[in-house]
Each structure stands twice: as structure tokens, then as C-alpha cells.
Design a protein around this ligand. Structure first.
Ligand code: DOR
Length: 446
């Protein structure tokens, strides 16, 4: 395996409190040396990645995405989804179990792991179902899913509607020390909802989804987490009220963590005007007041991580009547560029953004799958290199993901991933980057 020296980049690694210019050496897939200033590099057989002017950080980790395999391979596969994720700077992604069949037994978890090793560009960690078939009626064999390698449990796409079942799931979560990742939605309030409830839903004559539909279940879940000592992770938080409830729960010491998506942090309900189905997502895009509360909650560590909820769909799933269109946005390839708008407008620091994409999700996954989210010596060389100021225009047709469903098509974003390294291997490189080849190796091979 080639050794690589990443030279002269701005290294940001919140897991070690590093925020300075330096060099990083990768040998045999592992981070072997980090040097600042004029320290001598311990060997000379390496290629050089010139990183001056670029940010070098741990590879991004996504706790929430949909890879659609098995069952919906026309929307995405583990191969296409993981490559798209690599282009977006991710080196670890956790996939949701709403596939067909669902990931509700040991064999299906093993299938994801084996397919990921065979076809995947990066690390893919499966999430198991809370209930069999995600049907909300009977618990899945959570202990078996955990021992097969599930990093948590979710019926995402749907909530766990029955409180007694959620209580039992949280008791298992306590024993297994793994989170129940709940898609918080009161189904009776949601019923037939299409977009955020408010003036725009009235104007467009579309059924609205009130904030309360989410908040009722967030409140129930933290109450049940308190009762059971279980760990609830609130998926895709979208409302100011949810941030308040999570804040109060954390103050009380209840075991709750939470995530927010790039789209809920940067876009509002106005995006659906004109019946733009590519902005139809669940939970729906909300108001500017909600967006501001989410950003504040992220900065205050009430929200622990940013997760993409990458939800690819076919063009046919979206080019139809708004009421019939699928919920979801293809996010991997725009995540960094859209989030950088928060850094450029000084609402989020670069260091916070990176920690919410790296060491914070790593903390939630734990260390069972290796030392993730860090540039510590001896850790797997999972690295993202980005240009914070590079301006580019989103063209969904150039996405690696099969899902071209983005409301950002045609938008100009400032900030782009230039390279992604997974276990020492360059799995994505922007065409502008030219490596300086390893002369030593050439000499040795001649
Ligand atoms: O918009 C969404 N799409 N929200 C979800 O919770 C599920 C996801 C999907 O699977 O398409």
C-alpha cells in the first residue's frame, strides 16, 4: 500500500483539540505521524498530497442515511450510495433498515455487512429495526441484531407509535447500551400531511404537518427514556419546540441525543413553493424561526450531531402530483457545501461543524467499530480534505448517487470536498488535485 504525506494543510481535529497547519503521514492504512513546523518526517517513501489552503480533518461520519439495498436498488445501492458518500467526504455511514425486506433479523444485518465489504467504497454500519418489519407491532430480536453488529435501532420512515412497545425497546436499549433512533411523528396528527403546516400549506392547498406532530413524540420519548434508563436518539429534529424539550431533558440528565440534517439547518418551507417535490421531505422543511433554533441548539450541544438523512428516490417517484411524491432528499453530495453557508455567515464555527460531523457521531457509535472520528496516531486513516472557499454549482445530473432529488439543483455553494481517504486509500479525489508521485517507490520498482 502506498504511503501518503498530506502536506501543509490546516488540520482540524476536535477529538484532540488540534487546529493548526501541519503534515500528516499515512502508512499502511493507518495514521502514523503528525508534524507541525519544521519537524523531520520520519521516512521518505511516500507520495505527497499538497494541502496548502485546504482543511484536513477526520473523515465525516453519517449516523442516518438510506442506501435502499436490498429491495429498492433502482433508487440506490450500497455501491452507488457509498461512493456518493465518499464524494461528500464521508468515510463511515450508518444505513437505515427501511429496505425490503427490512433489517429486522441477524441475516439481514450480515447481508449489509458482507455487501458493504464487497461493494462499498467506505465503512457501512447497519441500523436494525425496532419492530419486526418496522410495522410497530412486535419487537424485533434486538439482542441478536446487536450481536450481529447493528449500531442502534430504528423504524425510520415511521415512528414507534405504541408507547408500551417503545418502553420495552428502551429497556433493551438500556441493557444493550445502544440507541433507539426514533422518527418522532404522531401519526394521527400527521395523517396525509405533505408540508409544514402554516401559511404556505394553506396557500398551496396541501395538508400541513404541525410542529406538534413531532414534539408530542419527542416529549413522550424523553419521558420513557427517563422511566427506563434507556437511550433515545431523536432523528432529524426539525422544530424549535423539539430543541426546547431535548434541552430540558438533557438538563435533567435523561439519556437523550439528537441529530439535525443539513436541509433543516439551511432551508425553509418556502422551497416547496411551485410544488417543488424535490423539497418534499419528512419531517418537512419548517420556518426561519425553527432554523434559527436548530442552529442555536447545535451550537449549545443540545443537538449532538449533523446527520444527512440521505434519502434517494427515482425521478418517477418525484415527477408526479405533489401528494403522491415520495418524501426525501438526496444529500450526500451537497451536505458540506450547504453547511458551509453557516460557517461563511458566522453562525457556526468551522471547528464546531467538523466536530458535529466527526468526533460527535463517533462518540454515539462508540469504539466497537474501531477508533473513528479522530486523527490520532494509530487510528485508521479516515480523512477528509476540503476547500472551504471553493465555489461550485450543484448539477444533480453529475451526482454519483442514483437519487437526483435535490432542491439545491442549480444553486451555487461555497465549500467543497477535495478528497476522501478511507483506511489510507484515496476513495475520492477532485479533478483539480494532483498528487506528487512517490519517487522512492519508482526508483525501487525500476
Ligand atoms: O423524507 C424522508 N425520507 N423521511 C424519512 O423519514 C424517510 C425517508 C425515506 O426513506 O425516503
Amino acid at each position: 500500500m502506498n504511503n501518503l504525506l498530506i502536506q501543509g494543510g490546516h488540520i482540524i481535529d476536535q477529538s484532540q483539540g488540534i487546529d493548526e497547519t501541519g503534515d500528516l503521514l499515512i502508512t499502511d492504512g493507518t495514521l502514523s505521524w503528525l508534524g507541525q513546523g519544521k519537524t523531520t518526517i520520519p521516512r521518505s517513501d511516500y507520495s505527497i498530497f499538497p494541502a496548502k489552503g485546504l482543511i484536513v480533518c477526520p473523515g465525516f461520519i453519517d449516523l442516518h442515511c438510506h442506501l435502499r439495498q436490498p429491495g429498492f436498488e433502482e433508487k440506490e445501492t450500497i455501491a452507488t450510495g457509498s461512493l456518493a458518500a465518499a464524494k461528500g467526504g464521508f468515510t463511515t455511514i450508518c444505513c437505515m433498515p427501511n429496505t425490503s425486506p427490512t433489517l429486522d433479523n441477524k441475516d439481514s444485518i450480515n447481508y449489509i455487512k458482507a455487501t458493504a465489504i464487497q461493494d462499498g467504497a467506505i465503512r457501512v454500519l447497519p441500523i436494525g429495526c425496532v419492530t419486526k418489519g418496522s410495522n410497530g407491532k412486535e419487537l424485533a430480536p434486538m439482542d441478536k441484531l446487536a450481536s450481529a453488529g447493528a449500531i442502534g435501532f430504528s423504524d425510520d420512515g415511521n415512528p414507534v407509535p405504541n408507547s408500551q412497545l417503545m418502553r420495552q425497546a428502551l429497556l433493551h436499549s438500556h441493557t444493550l447500551n445502544l440507541p433507539i433512533i426514533d422518527h418522532c411523528e404522531d401519526t394521527s396528527l400527521f395523517l396525509g400531511g405533505q408540508i409544514n403546516e402554516g401559511s404556505i400549506s394553506l396557500k398551496l392547498n396541501l395538508k400541513g404537518i404541525p410542529n406538534t406532530a413531532e414534539e408530542i413524540i419527542v416529549a413522550r420519548d424523553v419521558a420513557l427514556a427517563e422511566l427506563t434508563g434507556g437511550w433515545v436518539h431523536i432523528a432529524h429534529v426539525s422544530t424549535a419546540g423539539s430543541v426546547d424539550i431535548i434541552h430540558r431533558a438533557k438538563e435533567k440528565g435523561i439519556r437523550v441525543t439528537a441529530e439535525v440534517t443539513p436541509h433543516h439547518l439551511t432551508l425553509t418551507e418556502e422551497k416547496v413553493i411551485g410544488y417543488n417535490t424535490n423539497a418534499k421531505v419528512n419531517p418537512p422543511l419548517r420556518t426561519q424561526k425553527d432554523v434559527e433554533a436548530l442552529i442555536k441548539g447545535l451550537n449549545a450541544d443540545i443537538i449532538d450531531v449533523i446527520a444527512t438523512d440521505h434519502a434517494p428516490h427515482t425521478t418517477a417517484n418525484k415527477m408526479c402530483d405533489f401528494n403522491k411524491a415520495a418524501f426525501g432528499i438526496s444529500v450526500f453530495e451537497t451536505a458540506l457545501g450547504s453547511l458551509m453557508s453557516l460557517v461563511h455567515t458566522k453562525r457556526l464555527s468551522m471547528a464546531t461543524l467538523i466536530s458535529k460531523l466527526t468526533c460527535e457521531p463517533a462518540r454515539i457509535i462508540g469504539d466497537k467499530h474501531g477508533k473513528l472520528g479522530t486523527l490520532a496516531i494509530g487510528a485508521p486513516a479516515d480523512i477528509t480534505i476540503l476547500d472551504p472557499n471553493y465555489e461550485w454549482t450543484v448539477d444533480a445530473n453529475t451526482f454519483i448517487s442514483k437519487g437526483k432529488n435535490t432542491p439545491l439543483d442549480g444553486s451555487i455553494l461555497k465549500g467543497k470536498v477535495m478528497a476522501t481517504i478511507y483506511q489510507g486509500k484515496l476513495v475520492y479525489k477532485d479533478s483539480q488535485i494532483n498528487l506528487i508521485e512517490n519517487n522512492m517507490e519508482k526508483v525501487n520498482n525500476e
